[in-house]
Design a protein around this ligand. Structure first.
Ligand SMILES: NC(=O)C1=CN([C@@H]2O[C@H](COP(=O)(O)OP(=O)(O)OC[C@H]3O[C@@H](n4cnc5c(N)ncnc54)[C@H](OP(=O)(O)O)[C@@H]3O)[C@@H](O)[C@H]2O)C=CC1
Ligand SMILES: O=C(O)C1=N[C@H](C(=O)O)C[C@H](O)C1
Length: 249
């Protein structure tokens, strides 16, 4: 079996540097191109990239994905900011590009994927739930993509179990004191020096709580999941959201 040629957009960022290192070390992958914010995307096609890894910023990712899809390049992106509306935009581009796969993966860490699954499983059994995401202070967006996906999945699980609103008699005396809400689930964002990427999902029921926590202490934690997505994205035309469908493939 031949090697897959992989380009990286955002190659000099915190995640891009790790991705370049992991792709270079993988026997079945070949690093074709490294693209920074000052480079033209045509570097990717000139270098014959087949799969593109994208780690940039929420305000840059859509244009990068569109450019790749229009040229028949498969994309694996971990960049945040993918609302349901943005995902629909990507689906629209893919409808005109049969055979092209795009994977939007808010968190590549296998522990984080399991944390979300466990939270989804627990959701129907607890009256209360809140999400606390904790990150390094250079992070440009809040809430994290991981918290957004976790909240959406918990909300869907609660709805299908027939659970109603969360119990909460509190009125915010200072705006934001109770955090943000995504699909009715409270989400709190902490930024502190020393953190990398962490999340707690706190469930509450009569006389008990359950806390599900995941910690990424180092960005190497994202690399096994990223490489798995790079290897499988071409076999999944259309849009894939989250790592789960690729893990189960
Ligand atoms: N899915 C996952 O598992 C993970 C996802 N992330 C997400 O990945 C994204 C990147 O995170 P991180 O690496 O920490 O961020 P960084 O700020 O360290 O890196 C972003 C890089 O993207 C470059 N860039 C910005 N705009 C463009 C553009 N238009 N074209 C090409 N390159 C561009 C920047 O270059 P320059 O400095 O020149 O502007 C910078 O090198 C974030 O959205 C983050 O939340 C992070 C960790 C894990
Ligand atoms: O910016 C980060 O660092 C991270 N971003 C992703 C997110 O917003 O969920 C994944 C991980 O939490 C690290």
């Amino acid at each position: 079996m031949g090697t897959t040629r992989v380009g990286v957009i955002g190659a000099r960022g915190r995640m891009g540097v790790q991705a370049v290192r992991a792709i270079t070390a993988a026997d079945d992958l070949e690093l074709a191109a490294e693209v920074g914010s000052a480079d033209p995307l045509s570097v990717l096609t000139d270098a014959g990239a087949q799969v593109v890894v994208e780690f940039t910023r929420p305000d840059a990712v859509l244009e990068n994905v569109r450019w790749c899809v229009e040229r028949g390049l498969h994309v694996v992106t971990g960049t945040t900011g993918f609302t349901p509306e943005r995902l629909d935009v990507v689906r629209g581009w893919l409808a005109a590009a049969p055979g092209v796969g795009v994977a939007v993966v808010p968190n590549f860490a296998l522990g984080a994927v399991l944390m979300m699954r466990f939270a989804e499983l627990a959701a129907r059994w607890f009256e209360s739930v809140e999400i606390v995401e904790l990150h390094h202070p250079q992070k440009v967006d809040a809430p994290s993509g991981t918290a957004r996906l976790t909240a959406e999945r918990i909300a869907a699980a609660r709805a299908s179990a027939g659970l109603g609103d969360l119990p909460d008699a509190t009125t915010d005396e200072v705006q934001g004191a109770r955090g943000a809400t995504i699909d009715g689930i409270p989400v709190h964002a902490v930024r502190a020096r020393g953190l990398v990427a962490h999340q707690e999902v706190l469930f509450g029921g009569a006389g008990e709580t359950l806390t599900i926590r995941h910690d990424s202490f180092d960005r190497v934690s994202f690399m096994p999941g990223l490489l798995l997505a790079v290897r499988r994205v071409a076999d999944r035309p259309g849009l894939t959201v989250g790592l789960d469908p690729l893990l189960d493939a």
